[in-house]
Design a protein around this ligand. Structure first.
Ligand code: GLC
Length: 582
C-alpha cells in the first residue's frame, strides 16, 4: 500500500506549447514586472461529479446536478471549476478509463447537458477545466478492441505490445494491479500489453504520430466547445523509454525517471502547444511535476512555451504517515517549492483532491473540538500562498474522512486491488487496513453534504458511496445559517484572495522557520505587505514579532478573539490570522 501511495503520489505532469507565436493568454500583461494572467488569479473548485449532486435518483451525481448547484458554486466566489472525467467509461477507475473521448458518460447525462452546463458557467463568469486522460484509454475503447485483434491491425501501434516470442518483457510495476505487474499477456495475438495503471487501462503509444493527432483532435473538439483549460492526467508518463530496459536496483525511489519524463516528452509538449494550446485562450495544468525542480521548470517555464502550470505532490506526501507529520517538514517543502518558482513558472496549491483523504483529517484535526478551526486554518493557507489554489468540493464545509473498517465498504479499485495484492503476498492485512482507513481515496469521494435530510440531500436513491455520518451538522444548509461556519469563512477568504493581488503574486518570505507550532510568512507586492500567521497545533502558541513589522487590524481571523499586546501575539489552537502591514 505504502508503495502504491508513493507511486500514486509521484505521478504525472503535462503539456503545451510551441515555436509559433502564442495566441493564448490574451490577458497577459507582459509589461508588468510580474507576469499577470487570468489562470494565475483564479480560484479553482474541483468537483468529483459522481459525488456532487444526483438529480435522477440513480445514486450517482450528474451534470444536471452540477447545473442545479451553480448558484451555490458562484456564491463561493470561485471562478473556475475542474471536473474529474465525464466521458463514456466502463468505470473501472471511475472515469479515468475512457471508452469514448467525444461522449458524455451515461450516468452523468448527455452532451446537451454538458453544453448547457458550460453556458451556465460562462454566464456566471466561471471558467471550466476538462480532465484529459491520454496516457491510457479504457480497454473497451474501440482503438484497443481493434489493436488486440491482430498484429497487423491498423490500430496495433496505438498501444505498447511485446510479442511473446521475444520472451517475457522486463518487469514494470503496475500502480493498480493486484499482482503488481504492468505487462498483461493477451492470448489473441500471443503478446503482452502495457498498463501502468489497471489491466483495463492500457497505455497509449505516444511514439505513434497517429495517436498524438487523435489526442490533439479530441482536445480541439472540447476547446471548440469553449472549455477554458485542460488538466492533463498522468501526463509525465506519456513519454517512455520504449525499449523497456531492465530496471536498476532502487528504481522505486525514482519511479518517474524510469517510468515517465521520457526522451520525447518535450517534443510532444511543444507539438501539443502548437496544435492546440496556442490556438485557443486556454491553459493546461499537468498532474505531476517530474522528480526534480529542473523537471518541473522544463514543463512550465513561460519562455519554453510548453505548459502553464503543474502540481507537485511533495507537500501532500508530508501527511502520509499514520503518526502525523512535522510542521517543520511541511514548511520546508512549501518554502523550497515557492523559492524554486519565485522568478519563473507557476504551480498549483492544494491539500486535497480525489486521490487522497480529506484535508482536515490529514493535515488538520477532525475531532469535534477542532474541526472547524483547523479546516478554516488550512483554507487560509491554500488561499494565501503563491500558486493557483485548487479547493476540493466539501472542504469549504470541513468535510472529514469516512474511515471505512471493512474492505467490502470500499469502492476504489486501488483499495480493492491493493487488498488482494497484500493477501497474495502474505502481507500484514491489519496494517494495510489501518493505512487504508486513513489514506484511502474513498475518504475524499463521499457525497457532498447539502442538508440534514436522508443521504444529505445528495440523492433520492441509494448513494454509490455512503454519506459521512456527520452530515446532520456538517452540511451546506446548516453552514449557510451560521455566520461563523467553515463555509462562510471560506467565502471571506476567497474574497480576500480575489481582492488583493499581493496574495496571488506577492513575494513569499518564511518567518520563524523553527517555530514548532506556527507557520508564518509575509507576502509582498508593490508596497503592499501582508503577514499570515497559522497555528497548526491544538496548543496556544506565542510569538514575538520582529520590530520591523507594524500591524494594521487583521484582515481575517478564523476565531472571534485575538490576543495581542504590541508585538506579542498569542494564537489559540488552529488560529489563522492575516494582517495588513503598515
Ligand atoms: C491520476 C488520477 C487518478 C487516476 C489515475 C489513472 O492519478 O488523478 O484518479 O486513478 O490518474 O488515470
Amino acid at each position: 500500500m505504502k508503495r502504491i501511495l508513493l507511486l500514486l503520489a509521484l505521478l504525472i505532469f503535462t503539456i503545451s506549447c510551441g515555436d509559433v507565436e502564442k495566441k493564448s493568454n490574451k490577458n497577459d500583461d507582459l509589461n508588468n514586472e510580474v507576469h499577470r494572467t487570468w489562470w494565475k488569479e483564479a480560484v479553482i473548485y474541483q468537483i468529483y461529479p459522481r459525488s456532487f449532486k444526483d438529480t435522477d435518483g440513480d445514486g450517482i451525481g450528474d451534470l444536471k446536478g452540477i447545473i442545479e448547484k451553480l448558484d451555490y458554486i458562484e456564491s463561493l466566489g470561485v471562478n473556475m471549476v475542474w471536473l474529474n472525467p465525464i466521458y463514456s467509461s466502463p468505470n473501472a477507475d471511475n472515469g479515468y478509463d475512457i471508452s469514448n473521448y467525444r461522449e458524455i458518460m451515461d450516468e452523468f447525462g448527455t452532451m446537451e447537458d454538458f453544453d448547457l452546463m458550460l453556458r451556465e458557467m460562462h454566464k456566471r463568469d466561471i471558467k471550466f477545466v476538462m480532465d484529459v486522460v491520454v496516457n491510457h484509454s479504457s480497454d473497451e475503447h474501440r482503438w484497443f478492441q481493434e489493436s488486440r485483434k491482430s498484429r497487423d491491425n491498423p490500430y496495433r501501434d496505438y498501444y505498447h505490445w511485446w510479442p511473446a516470442e521475444k520472451g517475457k518483457p522486463n518487469y514494470r510495476y503496475s500502480l493498480f494491479d493486484p499482482k503488481g505487474e504492468a505487462w498483461k499477456y493477451d492470448s489473441i495475438t500471443d503478446a503482452y500489453y502495457l498498463h501502468y495503471f489497471s489491466q483495463k487501462q492500457p497505455d497509449l503509444n505516444w511514439e505513434n504520430p497517429k495517436v498524438r493527432q487523435e489526442v490533439y483532435d479530441i482536445m480541439k473538439f472540447w476547446a471548440e466547445k469553449g472549455v477554458d483549460g485542460f488538466r492533463l492526467d498522468a501526463f509525465q508518463f506519456v513519454s517512455k523509454d520504449t525499449s523497456f530496459p531492465p530496471l536498476p536496483e532502487g528504481y522505486e525511489k525514482e519511479v518517474i525517471k524510469y517510468y515517465g519524463m521520457g526522451p520525447n516528452l518535450h517534443k510532444y509538449l511543444k507539438e501539443l502547444n502548437k496544435e492546440v494550446l496556442s490556438q485557443y485562450d486556454v491553459f493546461a495544468v499537468s498532474e505531476g511535476a517530474g522528480s526534480t525542480f529542473e523537471d518541473a521548470h522544463s514543463l512550465v517555464d513561460a519562455d519554453r512555451n510548453e505548459l502553464q502550470m503543474a502540481y507537485h505532490f511533495e507537500g501532500m506526501d508530508v501527511g502520509n504517515s499514520l503518526d502525523g507529520y512535522k510542521l517543520s517538514e511541511f514548511k520546508e517543502v512549501y518554502t523550497k517549492w515557492d523559492s524554486a518558482f519565485a522568478e519563473k513558472g507557476w504551480l498549483s496549491i492544494f491539500l486535497a483532491n480525489h486521490d487522497v483523504p480529506r484535508m482536515v483529517s490529514k493535515f488538520g484535526n477532525d475531532s469535534p473540538e477542532f474541526r472547524k478551526a483547523s479546516s478554516k486554518m488550512l483554507n487560509t493557507f491554500i488561499l494565501s500562498m503563491r500558486g493557483t489554489p485548487y479547493c476540493y468540493y466539501g472542504d469549504e464545509l470541513g468535510m472529514t474522512n469516512i474511515g471505512f473498517e471493512n474492505i467490502e465498504q470500499y469502492q476504489d479499485i486501488v483499495a480493492k486491488n491493493g487488498y488482494e495484492k497484500t493477501l497474495n503476498e502474505g502481507g500484514d492485512i491489519s496494517e494495510y487496513m489501518a493505512r487504508l482507513k486513513f489514506l484511502s481515496r474513498d475518504n475524499g469521494r463521499t457525497p457532498m453534504q447539502w442538508n440534514d435530510s436522508e443521504h444529505a440531500g445528495f440523492t433520492d436513491g441509494t448513494p454509490w458511496l455512503p454519506v459521512n455520518d456527520n452530515y446532520k451538522t456538517v452540511n451546506v444548509e446548516a453552514e449557510e445559517k451560521d455566520p461563523n461556519s467553515c463555509l462562510n469563512y471560506f467565502r471571506k477568504m476567497v474574497d480576500l484572495r480575489m481582492n488583493y493581488p499581493v496574495l496571488v503574486y506577492g513575494d513569499y518570505k518564511l518567518l520563524f522557520p523553527d517555530h514548532k507550532q506556527v507557520y508564518a510568512y509575509t507576502r509582498e507586492l508593490e508596497g503592499q505587505k501582508m503577514l499570515v500567521l497559522l497555528n497548526f497545533s491544538e496548543q496556544t502558541a506565542n510569538l514575538e514579532l520582529p520590530d520591523n513589522l507594524t500591524l494594521n487590524k487583521p484582515l481575517i481571523n478564523n476565531l472571534e478573539e485575538l490576543v495581542q499586546e504590541g508585538s506579542q501575539i498569542e494564537l489559540q489552537a488552529y488560529q489563522a490570522v492575516i494582517f495588513d502591514l503598515k
